[in-house]
Design a protein around this ligand. Structure first.
Ligand code: SAM
Length: 451
């Protein structure tokens, strides 16, 4: 039986879905009966945003040169796929941000030969990527380089690598492409291949794939993440802490905003991820970032030297970014999330430990930005209510730029306080989807520590 999913909405565990639905509807002041706003949200989460945003390295490149180089690269790749050039423009407010308008879903005729890829790979394809060899799970026998195939994402994660026959689990069609290697080469254990395994010529969504080009010039970053670093507003010469920094997308942006001058401390618990921050900084010619593998919940020690690595004494930093671990339920596209309700509920306590350390490490008069990429109110507005109640020295600050919606309705938050919060809600019903509202789900709060 064909189990391909036609509706590309996000699938969640039943109790997680009903928990999130209740919260989402009550925070939007919607009665649960007969309302399909939450279903709309799940549908939007299952699809990619229709805009690709790329942040320019304005530290070492001139914007017009970058746009010209990018156009050339995209033209090359689009011509190879027989596509018309997309609209490429600068964001009207964020002048270091290139916006590319994508298309989709495009109606594609499926072919008989099927390649099954893992779910993360399938989701990347929906945002414009090609299929890398490591993502290939199933590929029919006799497949040769140059064969046209239909590519499907393995929704349940049950397809074994090397599968030769047709996959009978749930799968999602993500487009057609041309295989770059013979089957035997793809699964050869002696000399594992790397690079593109299927060049996507007819993706379900037409979006640019840079495949390692222009990496010193642009960084693909979701719009709310770009906004987040602007909201912190770091200044050259200041002492800034990025508490949960890897892979470093926001860290490098903070460095650019600081003009590579001052002290920027980037901490992450995972050693391997720290290397990613360093590699990205090197590519961009940034040398001001100090990176440390460390548990940021344990980062306060009054006997420590504020000029060394972590831990740090209280009141060391002018500004702190806490873009910490979260349930990531705002990520798009996302087809299946197997998170349990207990696991979903565990984030809040952990984030509070990080928030506590952040408040202690901030100088009086300093700024703290707290952000998540989730639509779960427990990790967003409710954390703000908790922080304001627990730390009397904190107050909410207006955010610039403010291109998202205001904070959702939440017990303990006044309407004025909600105005100071920024929530990117993929479930928004809008007459016109734009780069500012067709985004991943994201939440930003900006606090000041009063003197
Ligand atoms: C949402 S990601 C951060 C993304 C990053 N800010 C960026 O823009 O590229 C959250 C990060 O928090 C890190 N993390 C989780 N617990 C941590 C802790 N106790 N201390 C430091 N980092 C932690 C994870 O390793 C992960 O890299």
């Amino acid at each position: 039986m064909e189990k391909e999913n036609i509706q590309p909405h996000l699938l969640l565990n039943e109790n997680v879905e009903s928990y999130l639905r209740d919260n989402y509807l009550s925070s939007n002041r919607i009665s649960a009966e007969g309302d399909d706003r939450f279903e709309h949200l799940l549908l939007r989460l299952g699809c990619p945003p229709l805009f690709t945003t790329l942040r320019i390295n304005t530290l070492s490149h001139d914007t017009s040169t970058v746009i010209a180089s990018l156009r050339k690269e995209i033209e090359k790749s689009y011509r190879l796929r027989g596509l018309d050039m997309p609209d490429i423009s600068l964001h009207p407010v964020l002048h270091e941000t290139i916006v590319i308008k994508n298309h989709g879903p495009v109606c594609r005729e499926k072919v008989k030969k099927e390649v099954i890829v893992d779910l993360p790979c399938g989701m990347a394809v929906l945002r414009g990527a090609d299929v890398f060899v490591q993502g290939i799970l199933g590929c029919p026998s006799g497949t040769r380089a140059g064969d046209k195939v239909s590519v499907y994402a393995d929704v349940d994660g049950k397809c074994l690598r090397g599968l030769i026959k047709a996959y009978d689990g749930q799968k999602l069609f993500v487009g057609n492409g041309i295989v770059q290697f013979a089957r035997e080469e793809i699964y050869c254990n002696e000399q594992p291949l790397s690079g593109i395994g299927v060049l996507m010529t007819e993706s379900l969504y037409e979006a640019p794939s840079l495949n390692g080009t222009c990496v010193d010039m642009v960084f693909p970053q979701n719009l709310p993440s770009i906004i987040c670093s602007h909201v912190l507003n770091p200044q050259a010469g200041e002492t800034i802490l990025d508490m949960c920094a890897a892979p470093g997308g926001k860290t490098t942006h903070l460095a650019v905003l600081m003009k590579n001058e001052g002290r920027l401390v980037a901490v992450d618990k995972t050693v391997q991820k720290i290397e990613k921050i360093q590699a990205h900084a090197k590519e961009w010619g940034i040398n001001m970032i100090e990176t440390y593998p460390y548990d940021s919940t344990q980062m306060v020690d009054n006997k420590a030297d504020s000029f060394g690595g972590p831990p740090f004494p209280i009141e060391t930093f002018d500004r702190i970014l806490l873009d910490g671990p979260c349930s990531a339920l705002g990520q798009r596209p996302s087809k299946r999330n197997k998170m349990s309700l207990n696991s979903l509920k565990s984030y809040s306590a952990y984030q509070r430990k990080l928030l506590k350390a952040a408040v202690q490490l901030l100088k009086p008069g300093g700024t703290l930005v707290y952000s998540t990429c989730t639509i779960n109110q427990e990790e967003n507005e409710k954390q703000v209510v908790w922080a304001l109640k627990t730390f009397s020295e904190l107050s909410l600050e207006p955010q610039v730029p403010h291109l998202g919606q205001i904070g959702q309705v939440c017990e303990g938050l006044t309407d004025d306080q909600r105005q100071n919060l920024q929530f990117y809600d993929p479930g928004i019903i809008s007459l016109q989807l734009s780069v500012d509202n067709d985004t991943i789900g994201f939440f930003i709060a900006k606090f000041k520590k009063n003197e």
